[in-house]
Design a protein around this ligand. Sequence first.
Ligand SMILES: [Zn+2]
Length: 117
Amino acid sequence: MVASSDEAGSLSNASRAGRREANLRALNTRIAESQEQIATELSSPLTVLCECALADCNESIELTQEQFADLREDNIRFIVVEGHVLHEVEQVVGRGEVWVIVEKRGAAAREARRILE
Ligand SMILES: [Zn+2]
């Protein structure tokens, strides 16, 4: 019984991805809060950053405050630009016109929960 190094590698990648996304999520929450102070209508759009695991991504995403609040109900849900889904650590649970909501699995989910709790 030899633990495969591939498996260990993908676990640490997953946990790194979870950490990056959790940090982005905390940043987006602050961005959204500052925009919410200006916007008075619940339907006013918010602009947040793509919360994907790609280190060099700086895409932004527009969504309504209502959609953002729904997203924030679960610590393992993140919003990413269509095409930025990391299928090995997350699954798509919802989508808008240009963005998708992903839910973390396994090590990435545990890391995100650990950071955001
Ligand atoms: Zn992205």
